[in-house]
Design a protein around this ligand. Structure first.
Ligand SMILES: O=C(Nc1ccccc1)[C@H](C1CCCCC1)n1c(-c2ccc(Cl)cc2)nc2cc(F)c(F)cc21
Length: 233
């Protein structure tokens, strides 16, 4: 039986990542807004572009706290941010959706999102992904590390020094593997299941531009930052 132990420096690394992850959150809670009232497709589109824009800003702040990220080549830092922003937003959305809510509220939230203006064809793959995240019952440490591992994907477009990214990502993968073994001794496959979600996340993220351009709204207006990050306009 493998004796798994978190080292002192891994504990420090964990604390830095989780603190940064919980600090750099979306300013106001989008779920609360959606539960307060039903918005029109136009209002929902505006809300989405505002949330997605602020989420990119929050993502930049979060990555600054990932040990080793700032020592990467500057252009590679940008390539990693551009390459992971959409996935990070869907992963964040899934984590918001999987939060424990008073009974019945998750159903209301799901309904509001189904009717938000998003085109029918994307509803099923999106909620399949969200529900697969819900079913993992991830703890905050796992959520923070999974987002970090997504950001540190070496094979994003235009990354020059992939080895340097791989080295940092491997540190995070090893820490997440140990956490999963310690957290779920009776579920040896749990770590593999977590990483499997990143494949689903990448597939869902392929649709992001179409999801936005097919939104039931008359005016698909995007912020300059979203035009940079999302392949729109
Ligand atoms: O804001 C959002 N997600 C967000 C969260 C955190 C940070 C940044 C963005 C949007 C809402 C959706 C309803 C209209 C208003 C925006 N959102 C999405 C979502 C994102 C992108 C596309 Cl293309 C489609 C859907 N899935 C969600 C799940 C939740 F539990 C949820 F609460 C909000 C969710």
């Amino acid at each position: 039986k493998e004796k798994v132990e978190i080292t002192k420096e891994q504990r420090t690394l964990m604390k830095v990542i989780v603190d940064a992850y919980s600090t750099h959150q979306i300013p106001q809670d989008v779920a609360k807004k959606l539960l307060q009232e039903q918005y029109s497709a136009d209002e929902n589109f505006l809300l989405l572009t505002e949330m997605a824009t602020s989420q990119v800003q929050v993502l930049v702040e979060f990555t600054k706290n990932i040990p080793g990220f700032l020592s990467l080549d500057r252009e590679d830092q940008i390539a990693l941010l551009k390459g992971s922003a959409v996935e990070a937003m869907f992963l964040r959305s899934a984590q918001v959706f999987s939060r424990k809510m008073p009974s019945g509220q998750t159903e209301v939230l799901e309904e509001r999102i189904r009717k938000s203006g998003i085109s029918e064809e994307f509803i099923i793959p999106m909620f399949n992904f969200y529900k697969s995240i819900v079913s993992l019952h991830m703890v905050q440490e796992e959520q923070a590390l999974l987002t970090t591992i997504t950001i540190l994907t070496p094979d994003r477009p235009y990354v020059k020094d992939q080895q340097a990214v791989e080295r940092i990502q491997e540190t995070m993968l090893e820490l997440l593997r140990k956490l999963c073994v310690l957290q779920r001794p009776q579920e040896p496959q749990y770590f593999a299941r977590l990483l499997g979600r990143l494949t689903e996340l990448r597939t869902l993220s392929h649709y992001h531009a179409e999801m936005l351009t097919s939104w039931r709204t008359n005016d698909h207006k995007f912020t300059p930052l979203l035009c940079e990050i999302w392949d729109v306009q």
